[in-house]
Design a protein around this ligand. Sequence first.
Ligand code: SF4
Length: 356
Amino acid sequence: MKILLANPRGFCAGVYMAIDVVDQLIDLCPNEVIYVFHEIVHNRHVVERFQKRGVKFVESIDEVPDAAIVVFSAHGVSPAIRKEAKAKRLATIDATCPLVTKVHAEAIRFARKGYQILLVGHRLHQEVVGTLGEAPEVMQVVESPADISKLVITDPDKLIYLTQTTLSLDDASIIIKALKDAFPNIKDPPASDICYATTNRQMAVRAIAPECDLVLVVGSANSSNSVRLTEISMNLGTPARLIDDRSEMDPSWFVGVKTLLVTAGASAPEDLVHDLIEDLVRTFGAEVEQHDVCHEEVEFGLPGTLKTMMRARGVDPAGRRIVRGDEGSRLREWFSQHNIPFRTVDLTVQGTAIQN
Ligand code: SF4
């Protein structure tokens, strides 16, 4: 078997930042319970690892004791949640991805300018719930072209659409085209709301999946961008499986598979990919090639709320910048220790990577 390993895959800058926020808080406040509102990122392993370190995940602000520390997850929250947290005098640390915050800011800005806003996304996804909460009186969610006939539009010339950051580019473009057919004067967002990480991971699957017999996506079922990667592959005609980790692999999937693509959603830790690759190589004697479709350089700084807390506790936030680890090194080391060749194929085309 030949395994093609997609690059980019796995953690994005927003996920690195959100996970680092909780890590830093555990370090900064060793004797306090850290509460996180919703899963910090949509990955079962990330959540379970933090739970083992004492972090408590809550679905309601009511579950957090007064004056405790609460982290808002990477998906963002509505102003109503911020208000509830304030009423309980919670110390709030905001790990919302800056690219989600950007969509919130657009919603606020265009609502103030008198626009009605159509938010393209999944109604129950926490990111959509949070964004919708910025201006619920002028926003409506569009999940599919079928929703368009149900919209209540007061002025079709004062209309804008925004999108969830983790949509499939293909699905979004079908919905946006239908919106433009129905409302020719609808305004585009100032810049694409679908983030660079979603775009690049989808681009890699689109480029590599057609030459494969099967695609494995490492990620959790509630991770929007991971689910989209499996859908894209299946739309291209290549079967795809979404798995949380190697324990979910079923040997029957690999019968007749000569070329396998492995990728991971933006919230899936790289060590899970490594474990899976090691298992596959041991079982099938597979050879591995990493296909670099683009390189990402995006990094986010620590949120201001965390820096303020650090200063208040006598810790200088300078030098606590989030650093992306060299995720590929463990895998390369493992291959070299086992004398197995590991090739990297450069498929990058200058200017294709989206860096937001
Ligand atoms: S997937 Fe995109 S929007 Fe979501 S956390 Fe990552 S960079 Fe931010």
